[in-house]
Design a protein around this ligand. Structure first.
Ligand code: GLN
Length: 230
């Protein structure tokens, strides 16, 4: 046992929803990605906290997992918005994104604006901002919901749906790896934050301190370059 008095360290259990590359995904059974590296660096830079074991959920189960105390922080490319802010709190923003409309690369369906989606089959991941946009622009019979964007993109490739609405950086990653392409971008100006329980202002402040420390140290930029290129 150490003889030096040490401050008590609080373990923070993180939750995420893999299948959202390059923010969080499984590689050879390992959870990896920008959010994984960034949150690890942020918590390491925050005094009095250490990161616990990552827990994996479907995206729409993350908020219930947080409010139900199964996890302490959400790191899942989650957009800060008023609706979510009623239930949970967010750290300062750490990444910006817009929405992309992804189609098959065969050129058959080439929408150039949201209005062009009407009458076509559109998919998104349950509980996302992409889902909200899709639902606003097609009849409910023309909307398919998925537990993961991986399944939505698979259905797009298979021809079961005509378009998927999702965050631009992730759409780019899928377009690099599969026969799909971005038809157009809808500028939504979203900003991602780490989610904490409402009123957990100690952790919220610690994350904000950690975030600003990793920005100042250059670590943020290193992690960003690693996952997105410079
Ligand atoms: N940024 C989007 C949202 O918050 C998508 C997040 C995700 O699918 N992981 O809804």
């Amino acid at each position: 046992e150490s003889e030096t008095a040490t401050e008590a360290v609080t373990t923070v259990t993180p939750g995420t929803a893999p299948g959202f590359p390059p923010f969080e995904m499984k590689e050879g059974g390992e959870l990896v990605g920008f959010d994984v590296d960034l949150l690890s660096a942020v918590v390491a830079a925050a005094e009095g906290y250490e990161l616990g074991e990552w827990q994996e959920f479907d995206f729409d189960s993350l908020t219930p997992a947080l409010t139900g105390n199964n996890i302490d922080v959400i790191a899942a490319a989650m957009t800060i918005n008023d609706e979510r802010d009623e239930t949970i709190d967010f750290s300062d923003p750490y990444y910006n994104a817009d929405q992309a409309v992804l189609v098959r690369a065969d050129g058959e369906f080439n929408p150039s604006e949201l209005g062009d989606l009407a009458g076509n089959m559109v998919g998104a991941q349950s509980g996302t901002t992409g889902e909200t946009i899709a639902k606003e622009n097609v009849e409910s019979a023309n909307y398919n919901t998925y537990d993961s964007y991986v399944f939505a993109v698979q259905d797009l490739q298979n021809g079961n749906i005509d378009a998927v609405v999702l965050d631009v950086p992730v759409a780019r990653t899928f377009a690099d790896q599969r026969p799909v392409e971005i038809a157009f971008v809808e500028e939504t100006g979203e900003r991602y934050g780490f989610g904490v329980r409402e009123g957990d202002s100690e952790l919220q402040s610690a994350l904000n301190e950690g975030l600003s420390a990793v920005r100042d140290s250059g670590e943020y930029e290193e992690i960003r370059n690693e996952w997105f290129g410079s």
